[in-house]
Write a protein that binds this ligand. Structure first.
Ligand code: COI
Length: 357
């Protein structure tokens, strides 16, 4: 049975299911939660480092009401994907060491202990293997892996929690937006900022996400796919969308907001697309991107682990709708094709980005 068990419930020896594929409709995957069999849990107390982790049945965890994460938001999350290779050839992770390092950077900012890169990657591999029947067949999606690092020890006054938990769960996913692979429609919200200079916008802390739900909910109610945020001071420079980074294309130049002010998330897909674009001969600029540049672009696209590379059809700003080039002949499509071919193991991985399991 896959029902939630009490926690903790180690079950290492039964963790490797032999069943080839889970019995679900693989054509129906979106980005909703499809619970899988196992999660990976590792604990760390005040005077201890993270040492050994266990696979346990996927299920609820018990927390003190005064856990640091519940009261003061001391928590980070990550996101990465595993793809099934063709012909039963195993699984591919995409740049997991980047997620490991980003979590270390975030842990430092949020006063939490962190794992080594090796521990992180080992835990990710264990989670994928334990849930391998949930990795979609090639072409149908991927297994989305969600690591969490949270303060679980009790606090009342504001202080770092005494104990921490690192946890990974996973779920099979298809496309992130309801549009599937079709171009999306964004709206600029210049009233609710996502991040401020010197804040935590560049850290994958859980506290960056709930504050944008209001802007996102308002935008969805008006039929938009997602929100574009602008800088909190001048309200005229592009930042990112609720769940992804943004790029613009004008001629042969591709631009994306620079991460220098600490307001832009260091996206693994963002970084990879910059490299791929440079390899393809485009000029890539990481800079301040004004709203004028954005609205005047030929193409706009979003990047993220969940989102991959999503083409933008339109952007609405102050009730005016601006349209962009989309389709098979675009720079966006070319970059999407190259990235996903590497991620799925369809082309030689000259950059050594993928990790085989
Ligand atoms: C990801 O792209 O992996 C993220 O963490 C974004 C999240 C809002 C789904």
């Amino acid at each position: 049975s896959r029902s939630a068990s009490s926690f903790p419930h180690p079950c290492v020896d039964t963790a490797r299911s032999n069943e080839e594929n889970a019995d679900i409709n693989w054509d129906d995957l979106g980005f909703g939660l499809v619970p899988t069999d196992y999660m990976y849990v590792m604990r760390c107390s005040r005077d201890d480092n993270f040492s050994s982790g266990v696979l346990t049945r996927y299920g609820n965890i018990e927390l003190s009401p005064s856990a640091g994460v519940l009261n003061y938001g001391q928590g980070l999350f990550e996101g990465l994907k595993a793809y099934r290779k063709q012909d039963g050839g195993g699984f591919l992770l995409f740049r997991p060491e980047e997620n490991a390092r980003r979590m270390q950077m975030g842990a430092e900012r949020m006063c939490m202990p962190s794992l080594s890169v090796e521990q992180f990657i080992h835990a990710v591999k264990e989670t994928v293997l334990a849930n391998k029947r949930w990795v979609p067949p090639q072409g149908k999606g991927s297994l989305y892996i969600r690591p969490l690092l949270i303060g679980i020890g009790p606090v009342l006054g504001l202080a770092p929690a005494p104990d921490y938990m690192f946890l990974i769960y996973a779920a099979p996913v298809g496309t992130y937006f309801k549009e599937g692979l079709a171009p999306i429609n964004l709206v600029i919200d210049d009233k609710i900022p996502r991040a401020t200079p010197g804040g935590t916008g560049d850290v994958k802390t859980i506290t960056n996400y709930a504050p944008v739900l209001k802007a996102q909910t308002q935008a969805k109610a008006k039929g938009f796919t997602d929100v574009i945020y602008v800088d909190s001071i001048n309200k005229k420079y592009l930042e990112e969308a609720s769940s992804c980074n943004l790029f613009i294309v004008k001629g042969d130049v591709i631009s994306t907001p620079a991460t220098t002010k600490g307001t832009i998330l260091h996206g693994v897909t963002r970084k990879s697309i910059i490299e791929i674009a440079i390899d393809c001969g485009y000029r890539v600029e990481e800079r301040l991107v004004s709203l004028v540049d954005l609205l005047d672009a030929d193409e706009v696209f979003c990047t993220g682990t969940a989102v991959v590379v999503a083409p933008v059809d339109s952007i609405t700003y102050q009730d005016q709708r601006y349209k962009y080039k989309t389709g098979t002949e675009t720079v966006t499509q070319k970059l999407y094709n190259i990235l996903t071919a590497i991620q799925m193991g369809l082309v030689e991985d000259r950059k050594n980005w993928t990790v085989e399991i």
